[in-house]
Write a protein that binds this ligand. Structure first.
Ligand code: DQA
Length: 144
């Protein structure tokens, strides 16, 4: 089983960027901890600041992998292209956010991509990614 994690714009700066909101850890430093929780799953990681590169990666894995965990960063709130992509794939996408976007600015309250996603997880810090993976695996075993 393979799951793809995709981080969008500015998430390469986790640990450095607004640590009061996003925490002090980089994603790279969290990834081994996350992988250790799911020894039977191949977890691949990709980050880009470029919208089209996120779409290219999703199209590459979306017909083969068990699911995609997507933190689209600010593209969450703007991107019809990402929504269309999510809806084009065979595998489910789970939308994640590190922060609780609903406690923040009004413009973060609406997601353009949620309607295409299996589910949405936000506000649990980096643990949001773990919960998203659990959601994909549970969904898979429901179907089996
Ligand atoms: C974010 C929330 C978005 O509103 C913001 O633009 C981000 C990060 C989060 O993980 O909390 O870049 O997706």
């Amino acid at each position: 089983r393979k799951i793809q994690i995709i981080n969008g714009p500015n998430l390469n700066l986790l640990g450095v960027r607004e640590p009061g909101i996003y925490g002090k850890n980089s994603f790279e430093s969290y990834l081994p901890t996350l992988k250790a929780l799911f020894p039977d799953v191949q977890i691949d990681y990709f980050q880009s600041n470029v919208e089209g590169e996120l779409i290219d990666k999703m199209q590459q894995v979306g017909f083969d992998y068990a699911g995609i965990v997507l933190n689209a960063g600010a593209y969450t709130h703007t991107s019809i292209a990402l929504l269309d992509c999510i809806r084009s794939l065979r595998c489910p996408t789970v939308e994640v956010h590190i922060s609780n976007v609903h406690q923040r600015e009004e413009y973060r309250h609406h997601s353009m991509i949620s309607a295409g996603c299996l589910g949405v997880i936000c506000g649990f810090g980096l643990q949001s990614y773990e919960l998203a993976i659990r959601g994909i695996l549970a969904h898979q075993s429901d179907k089996a």
